[in-house]
Design a protein around this ligand. Sequence first.
Ligand SMILES: Cc1cc2nc3c(=O)[nH]c(=O)nc-3n(C[C@H](O)[C@H](O)[C@H](O)COP(=O)(O)OP(=O)(O)OC[C@H]3O[C@@H](n4cnc5c(N)ncnc54)[C@H](O)[C@@H]3O)c2cc1C
Length: 831
Amino acid sequence: MLSADSSSAGSLRPAALPQRAQVVVIGGGVIGTSVTYHLAHLGVDVVLLERDRLTSGTTWHAAGLMATFGSTSETSTELRKYTRDLYLRLEAETGLATGMRQVGLIELAIEPGRLEEYRRVAAFNRHCGVEVHEISAREVAEMWPLARTDDVLAGFYIPADGRVNPVDVTMSMARGARQQGARIVEGVAVTGVTRKNGVVTGVQTAQGDIEAEYVVNCAGMWARQLGELAGVSIPLQAAEHYYLLTEPIAEVDRNWPVLEDPANYGYFREEGGGLMLGMFEPVCAPWRVEGIPPDFSFGELPPDWDRMGPFLEKTMSRIPVSAQVGIRKFFCGPESFTPDLSPVIGEAPELKNYFVAAGLNSIGILTGGGIGRLMAHWITAGRPDMDVTGMNIDRLHPYQATPEYRATRTVESLGMVYATHYPGRSMRTARGAKLSPIHHRLVEQRAFFRDVSGWEGADWYAPPGETPEVGELSWGRQPWYAHWEAEHHACREGVILMDMSFMAKFAVQGPDAGRELERLSANEVSAADGMITYTQWLNADGKLEADLTVTKLADDDYYVVASDTAHRHALTWMRRHFAANDARAFATDVTSAYAQINIQGPRSRELLAAVTRADVSDEAFAFRTARHIDIGFARVLCIRITYLGELGYELHIPAEQALGVYDRLTQAGRDVGLRHAGLKALSSLRMEKGYRDYGHDIDNTDTVLEAGLGFAVALDKPGGFIGRDAALAQKSAGKLSKRLVQVLLTDPEPLMFHAELVRRDGAALGYIRAASYGWTLGGAIGLAMIESGGEPIDQAWLDAGNWTVQIGDRLWPARLSLRPLYDPANKRIKM
Ligand SMILES: Cc1cc2nc3c(=O)[nH]c(=O)nc-3n(C[C@H](O)[C@H](O)[C@H](O)COP(=O)(O)OP(=O)(O)OC[C@H]3O[C@@H](n4cnc5c(N)ncnc54)[C@H](O)[C@@H]3O)c2cc1C
């Protein structure tokens, strides 16, 4: 029943539409409903507003595949497991069945590269508690008699996976939410948000406004447009997504497992006595780049037979009978995809208390329960309880929401779901979005580029006469490894030049800048002018929020440098904290204003001396000092610091003078054997030295002590810092049973990339979070978070164990160390 509402003149306010709530969730798809369900279970006063009817966006037509297998992200695997368990128990709670049936899932590997990938994934997934069996082609045929198996190398069978009914899941969660007091109002579209002083204060609708402390945008493919109304950038784009339903087939059994055949772009399951053939074609079609129609409900798109025909033929070749029976429906519906195939979740950098959970890349059903739980926890506790560095909305940038970027990148995204995920593969579309001022010089040097947060980052350099091409991707050594190795040694023995212009750089200024940065930083950062300090920023729980350097230029002038992936997180962290304290401190993003060229290696001082009149001797320019020096016509901020473990300097150059400085460096470099080095060398050099990389080997679930960064914590500094009490409490509690350790394989042959299990006396106690190859140490090297299960972890405990690393099915002996295996005494950086 509708009743008139005095606060919104002329409009009709549904009786169920409250004036205020703690949280307003926008969008009644699987995600918004799950967020509402979980908030309600936490006792939050929550209202869900759905423009039309629940599930009317994308959720109603999802295929309902449930897969816990397939990811080497711990967060993603845990989200999937939680979701499966929730869908299994919902009926008992709400009385509404979810249609969850654990018929099992089989992933086919028909190429050696994919077999290698799935063996690695299987080992990791088992470690996370997923039951996975590698099965033979014959066993696949027994479970799926209609499938052609002549080319199958292996199947990976997950008995507890299967299928669910997405509409029933949503309705069951909606009922569960209502039972806990949540209000769900259909037929009300949010038309805007209200805000005050950078904080969201509610939503606007044609039927009246609602005041709220938090707003959660779960509007699926509409989320980007809805975000724009609040000035929030949400780079996601809808794309066509297909499945085909056949007429009934007598032999088909509804209890057969779901079958995925990624090499042929397809998946199969029973539907209505026939088959459903779903597809992830390698080249896909964005839909409505200009904007999703506001009235698109329970909608279908006309299938593009011409475009899809060749892909469909390939998919059908796995189940030959599918090409012989009648087609009941070729369904096309839109689903949203993000630039890197990870969801967009978390609090918007632009607007406090405005959360987003959208961009599910076709796994919104199978992760929906977990995402709802994570979001509810995040909103109520103030921070997430899982590693979200790869999913946080603040990893993305506004340029990625431009129509051209979305149109270009989305063509590639959908197909990536079923591609073999070879290590180091970079997205190939929407390239060239950001170029360093010296980019064209690096092209002349034959750089091979990869996408680094939108920048073209030089990965490695081909020698004269060769073209920088990667060739065929694989899990083994590539022909260009020799160039990478040479760059690595050039840094250890001579001098290299590395373009790091993509680093995030901030000028932090004002009378309170020092005080505020001290409050945020675990290390002491304001002691002396012209000093750089490596520090972490912690939250009140003592968990890591950022890992960066702070350079003090003057009492009221600081220079903060963070990695590209932490760009917006670090900036938002500063701005929010400064504002909360009413501080006279201002953070300005100067990333584009400065190029960053690093010269590193034992001969870097010689090179620097050749291009400047400044005294760069060790006495005059000590390790960790920073000062402005002349190079040609430029005034360059030169910082003596290293991330590679050698004597070295970072040159921060006004962007418009970068070319001039680069030319002088390379000219003088001829006399000292200067070599260009890329990001592959960066990773191998820093990994040998055990230097951390936030978002790769350390994240928001680690404390600074667990991360092995206690040396950078000034527990006793005057005034303390955010997270100090938690850090002190952990330190006082004694030795840790969870620690990040360096892992070196003693056999030079095998390679590590990510997610390989680390075993002590056979038992898996952790996994490799990030890895590279130690060309100086002579083997694959990585960082792993080890959890002993209670025993204090120190070097003696590490030495007492028999350590191996599992790569696929094989075990390789390893050496573990708490101190850096390369130059533990820091002699080389203080030369
Ligand atoms: C063909 C196909 C097959 C798929 N198969 C699977 C599968 O097997 N497994 C799997 O996990 N995933 C699958 N997916 C993906 C899955 O369907 C999505 O990831 C998921 O449904 C996304 O849920 P959502 O809640 O984010 O979006 P939606 O379901 O679109 O919900 C968003 C809601 O927001 C509402 N809304 C929008 N704007 C407003 C506004 N201004 N005010 C109020 N409400 C608003 C919309 O009406 C809509 O109901 C498939 C998708 C497609 C297209």
